[in-house]
Design a protein. Structure first.
Length: 390
């Protein structure tokens, strides 16, 4: 398995940890009278959890595929066809489910499949309004697998018309608590209370992940987004933990910004952002703003990361049910997410083939879909990508 060395700075103290990549444990480090609990799993020291496909037969990896609602099934077809063309040794275990239906059995099947395979590729499951008994399947999936970090990459793409250029923002969102905890009740008629859960452990965990991501991807700055001026305890705790973790990374610039100012800065001067770390609800809002800045929901890539599982997905969670089966969906985002999936499995050659082909299709401009100013259909775009494969 090999060894790694990881240097940590805790209030001026340097600690050198040597451990096996296969060791999953914890080391308590005392500094200035306060115990720090540091996980020494691979996930604790890298920006992507080092989880390979757990199911592998005859040299082929098995990946869970949940096409999702809306245009998801059409986009899943695009991924499978492109993987076939580059001879990627991946077999999909496909599970059909919809967020519009109460499908507890299907949800359990999907969770079991991802636990078995270690890796998934998922479309968006639409969450209906109004039915208080039906919790979002997306949220249940993430919480059940403890996929604590949602990463959305908002990058400027060639020939995609946008107001701002040269953007490359990594938006990292805590994925398992906050307002998405689903703790609401009507205390008396006409009065509803909702609980926003922020914990020290999960705030510290997502902050650590964001700084590790910055180190691994040679990024220079991490910005924590909050509303601690109003929510002094909950967002105050999140900001405090982000600030504490930043002390361990003296070579990474750290700053913070209030969420309302952040939204204004995102649309007026987005180039100032590099890595952003946010609580759950703010992260959802800001990642959609970021998607709009670079061309829309159809062009951004994303992933959900936990200690033991990784689920790749289109970065902006929109099912586009109104456009389902109309052959107009943009496959760019899901193809770029599938590129990340292949890289995660160590298939860098096939990943680069697909990425280069997608970029060439965008640069040529002849087969861009309607959402980015073109007139091509999904199938036309797919044919162009396949023809550009080396």
């Amino acid at each position: 398995a090999g060894k790694f060395e990881y240097k940590i700075m805790i209030r001026g103290y340097n600690c050198l940890i040597n451990c096996s990549l296969q060791f999953l444990g914890a080391i308590r480090i005392s500094g200035m009278g306060r115990n720090k609990l540091l996980s020494t799993s691979v996930a604790a020291v890298s920006s992507e959890v080092d989880v390979k496909s757990k199911s592998k037969y005859g040299g082929r990896h098995v990946v869970t595929l949940v096409p999702g609602d809306g245009v998801g099934p059409e986009l899943a077809v695009c991924v499978k066809e492109v993987f076939r063309k580059v001879n990627a040794p991946v077999d999909f275990e496909e599970i059909s489910m919809s967020g519009l239906l109460s499908q507890k059995d299907c949800l359990e099947e999907a969770i079991t499949s991802i636990r078995r395979n270690g890796i998934g590729l998922c479309g968006t499951l639409r969450t209906p309004l109004g039915d208080v008994t039906q919790r979002s399947l997306n949220v249940q999936l993430r919480v059940s697998l403890d996929l604590f970090a949602n990463v959305v990459l908002c990058r400027s793409l060639p020939n995609v018309p946008t107001r701002h250029k040269d953007l490359n923002i990594a938006i990292i969102r805590e994925n398992t608590e906050g307002e998405y905890s689903g703790l609401e009740h009507e205390s008396v008629s006409g009065v509803v209370e909702g609980l926003k859960i922020i914990t020290r452990d999960k705030s510290s965990r997502i902050a650590k992940y964001a700084f590790d991501y910055a180190v691994r991807h040679d990024r220079k700055k991490v910005t924590a987004i909050h509303k601690a001026n109003i929510m002094k305890l909950s967002d105050g705790l999140f900001l405090k933990e982000c600030s504490a973790i930043s002390k361990m990374y003296p070579n990474i610039e750290f700053n913070s910004m209030i969420i309302d100012n952040c939204c204004m800065q995102m649309v007026s001067n987005p180039q100032q952002f590099d890595v952003m770390v946010l609580p759950n609800l703010y992260g959802n809002i800001v990642s959609n703003v970021g998607a709009g800045l670079v061309g829309g929901a159809g062009v951004v890539q994303g992933m959900n990361v936990g200690w033991n599982y990784v689920v790749f997905e289109q970065g902006a969670r929109h099912a586009f049910t109104s456009k389902a089966a109309q052959n107009v969906a943009n496959p760019t985002g899901v193809l770029l997410s599938s590129v990340d999936l292949l890289k995660h499995l160590g298939m860098h050659s096939q990943a680069e083939q697909i990425k280069d082909s997608v970029m060439k299709t965008l640069r040529d401009g002849k087969f861009c879909t309607q959402d980015v100013g073109g007139s091509a259909s999904t199938s036309d775009y797919l044919k162009s990508v396949i023809s550009n494969l080396n």
